[in-house]
Design a protein around this ligand. Structure first.
Ligand code: AMP
Ligand code: MG
Length: 406
């Protein structure tokens, strides 16, 4: 039996990014950049107007108001070649158009009489106003996005602005999902006596997808060696294999035994955590194999605490553990010392402080409590009793998005 922290350290140590691929910008969104990227050219590439208005020479505008001849027009998309702002004149210019020679200020149309032949400037003018200077955003050669960065819409915008259609990102791991058990029938079938629907496969696939990987559903291994051999072999071809159930000490629990027979190297079996104690972890070549207990709550909790960080690391994330923060308990919590206890919680924020209430019956078999929880408390192994008002370490479950309703 390993401790919760040991189990995580072993896992994180065993996994690394699965490789790099160049994909189209939109496909790269949400993924992790695998190389530093340098600006291929200055951004912006030329001085240009930040406003719709008039390009002027600042020294012509010393008195206010002042009137200038309008000698040209530069809409966005036009070239400023051959256009010059002569002494005493102004060129009408639109936002984004290149500023012409001689121009050292742009006067917004709102600060003029909007004249066509002649224009009167109504406000004092400062040198350089409303001109976006070449390279003021990013100069050519500057690293504008570092390897390890998650590509969000701002990164997409800048990559697109630099014409970068193909982006080097870490590959999404393909994660094989295998359920085991003679009691299982697939979704769509009506379970007969003693049968249940294979819900873990779907919940694991959803969790794999949520974290950014590609689920590959292998199906069900029946509780005999031949079926386990066939299905496990198939699963071991993927970048990662997750199995559910058949990993405890029961007569029909064959997963570890058959993995062993197929040549997987067992890294640990049993973690001092509740729920999720029978979790096993092995390596087959470069494929990590997570054997999770079959109880749906245990499967989800152990995915969250052990598999999720590994899948994030395999995609190039640097920070892979859910950030912990403090929450004040609304009621008492008790546990036996010796194991980390995971408690499913409902969280509320009041005056900037988080308050935690138990999301319901904490027995492992109660799935509804998991449905009702947004967060998880990780109670340390040595702890035993927490009173109302005590602070505990908590984290949100999965990819949590907190939207406060009006
Ligand atoms: P086992 O580890 O095989 O003893 O399974 C533990 C518990 O999890 C049993 O109650 C199983 O019926 C249940 N279980 C196992 N596999 C699944 C599954 N794929 N979907 C839902 N429940 C499951
Ligand atoms: Mg079973």
């Amino acid at each position: 039996m390993v401790s919760f922290d040991e189990a995580r350290a072993i896992i994180i140590d065993c996994v690394q990014p699965v490789g790099i691929e160049r994909v189209h910008l939109l496909e790269a969104a949400g993924r992790i950049l695998a190389e530093d990227l340098a600006a291929p050219w200055d951004l912006p590439l030329w001085n240009n107007s930040a406003m719709d208005g008039y390009a002027v020479r600042w020294q012509d505008c010393a008195s206010s108001p002042c009137t200038l001849r309008v000698t040209g027009f530069l809409p966005a998309g036009s070239k400023a070649d051959g256009i010059t702002v002569e002494a005493g004149s102004a060129v009408r210019i639109m936002t984004g158009a290149p500023t012409p020679d001689g121009c050292d200020a742009v006067v917004p149309v709102e600060e003029t009489d909007d004249g066509q032949q002649e224009v009167t400037l109504l406000e004092p003018v400062t040198k350089g106003q409303h001109i976006r200077c070449r390279a003021e955003d990013v100069a050519a050669g500057v690293i504008f996005a570092r390897s390890g960065t998650r590509i969000r819409p701002p990164e997409v915008n800048m990559l697109a602005g630099f014409g970068m259609a193909l982006v080097p990102v870490y590959r999404r791991p393909v994660v094989a999902i295998l359920s085991t058990g003679d009691e299982l029938v697939e979704l769509g079938c009506t379970p007969g006596p003693g049968e249940i629907i294979n819900s873990n496969t779907l919940s694991l696939a959803a969790a794999v997808q949520e974290v950014g990987c590609i689920p590959r559903i292998i199906g069900i291994a029946r509780d005999n060696r031949e079926s386990h051999r066939e299905k496990l072999r198939e699963g071991l071809n993927a970048d990662v294999l997750i199995t559910s159930a058949g990993v405890s000490a029961g007569d029909c629990d064959l997963v570890r035994d058959v993995l062993d027979e197929l040549g997987a190297q067992q890294m640990f079996w049993k973690v001092a955590i509740k729920p999720g104690g029978p979790t096993a972890f092995a390596i087959y070549g470069s494929t990590p194999v997570f054997s999770l207990p079959g109880n749906p709550v245990s499967t989800m909790i152990t995915f969250e605490e052990f598999v999720r960080p590994a899948l994030l690391r395999m995609q190039g994330y640097q920070k892979v553990l859910q950030p912990l923060f403090k929450a004040v308990l609304r009621g008492p919590l008790s546990k036996k010392p010796g194991k980390v206890q995971i408690v499913r919680l409902h969280l509320e924020k009041e005056r900037g402080c988080w308050y935690a209430t138990s999301a319901g019956n904490q027995q492992t078999a109660i799935l509804k409590t998991m449905v009702d929880a947004q967060a998880i408390a990780v109670l340390p192994a040595e702890s035993s009793h927490f009173a109302a008002g005590d602070e505990v370490d908590v984290h949100f479950y999965g990819n949590h998005i907190e939207l406060e309703l009006p």
